[in-house]
Design a protein around this ligand. Structure first.
Ligand code: PLP
Length: 403
């Protein structure tokens, strides 16, 4: 395939495009990871991560993908044979369950339709039956990247609190951190798991974990063997500014820069921008006459929108046409959604014009692929974005009258 001119539109829900500032920071010369310059960098990024997770407790950064941080959460808090409660929100919940099962954990999986988030009352009912407190953890995917559905973590913790169940709350915040408001301390989460290549606007390569006192205490008595993933070793080295092994030095430069960008824009402004872009995307999808996978408006994801294809139309064929013709990558349908849905990523450094370009590419792609739709989505998104900025008409009139 010959290369198409211009820049590639990476509109998958992570990895997300990396800002030039972050790329330049990553390109700095490699330093001694046992020297004073590294110790300073380590302290700065750990402090910055605490800000992003909204926690005053420890944060651990592994040179790994998010899956590594998942594994670390399991092996540091649970013991073989432990029972946990999980909810089938989508493909990533299924994968996390498989991993836990491989580690000898017994998983109760509340079934789901992949169109709704984890239901706090279903979790409450399950835990209420568990009088002997056999469940050691509740494990939830916050933003299900396969479906574009965001679960209500704070409501889940409140439900656990209402019945006084002592299970740990482990949350996959892999595609929410840095894009959707996330409050590790305030929500009472015990382990929050994330990674570099989504809202944090870095390339893949870092797995992040925020840990509560209760989870830390559990890690001192649980019975799962581990070495590379051991929180204890990591926290001991981190307290002096170092790692127990060679860290991903240059990725940490990138992380420091990404956090600086967050602080400049302000976390709340970052979340509001994501919400706005997501709402504009949904306006486009509705105007096309296509179906948004997420069924519950309070659970719409601001990170991505998953769109169902009309019957008889293959989403991967459509994605292929968009890639070959317009140089844009859209997210594939994962697991049971393969061929049936595509995903539009609008996270990280995305802005109005990038989104409008992406939606234009989708609208043109739908026409090329012969997918039945109304060619009004781009217009609907533009309308939404423009109206969002427009001042109310009354003050304008006042100015005109004074003239
Ligand atoms: N959990 C969620 C919600 C994800 O979106 C992903 C990846 O997209 C993962 C887990 C796995 O993370 P990684 O691919 O970084 O190992």
């Amino acid at each position: 395939m010959s290369e198409l001119p211009g820049h590639h539109f990476l509109q998958i829900p992570g990895p997300s495009p990396v800002p030039d500032r972050v790329l330049r920071a990553i390109g700095a010369p490699v330093i001694d990871h046992r020297g004073p310059e590294f110790a300073q960098l380590c302290k700065e990024v750990l402090e910055g991560c605490r800000h992003v997770f909204k926690t005053s407790g420890p944060v651990i950064i592994y040179p790994s993908s998010g899956t590594g941080a998942w594994e670390a959460a399991i092996v540091n808090t649970l013991s073989p044979g432990d029972r946990v409660l999980m909810v089938e929100t989508g493909h990533f919940a299924v994968m996390w369950r498989e991993m836990a099962t491989r580690w000898g954990i017994e998983v109760d999986f509340i079934p789901g339709d992949w169109r709704h988030g984890a239901d706090p009352s279903a979790i409450e009912a399950k835990l209420a039956e568990d009088r002997s407190h056999a469940f050691k953890a509740v494990m939830i995917v916050h933003n299900e990247t396969s479906t574009g559905v965001t679960s209500r973590i704070s409501d889940i913790r409140k439900a656990m609190g209402r019945i006084g169940h002592p299970a740990l709350l482990l949350v996959d915040a892999i595609s929410s951190l840095g894009s959707i408001d996330y409050q590790h301390d305030e929500w009472g989460v015990d382990v929050s798991i994330s990674c570099s290549q989504k809202g944090l606007m870095l390339p893949p390569g870092l797995g992040l974990t925020a840990i509560s006192d209760k989870a830390h205490a559990a890690s001192k008595s649980n019975k799962m063997p581990r070495s590379y993933w051991d929180w204890g070793q990591m926290l001991k080295s981190n307290s002096t500014g170092f790692f127990p092994y060679t860290p991903a030095t240059n990725m940490l430069y990138g992380l420091r820069e990404a956090i600086a960008i967050f602080l400049e824009e302000g976390l709340d402004a970052v979340f509001a921008r994501h919400q706005r872009l997501a709402a504009a995307t949904r306006a486009a999808v509705r105007a096309w006459g296509l179906e948004i996978l997420c069924r519950e408006p309070t659970e719409y994801s601001s990170v991505l929108t998953a769109v169902l294809m009309p019957p008889g139309h293959d989403s991967d064929r459509f994605r292929e046409i968009v890639l070959d013709t317009y140089n844009m990558s859209l997210g594939t349908g994962l697991g049971k959604l393969a061929g049936k849905a595509f995903r539009i990523g609008h996270l990280g450094a995305c802005n109005d014009l990038v989104l409008m370009g992406a939606l234009t590419g989708i609208e043109m792609g739908l026409a090329l692929a012969g997918v039945p739709h109304r060619p009004r989505g781009v217009e609907a998104a533009r309308e939404y974005l423009t109206n969002g900025y427009r001042e109310p008409s009354t003050p304008e009139l006042t100015v005109a009258q004074r003239l």
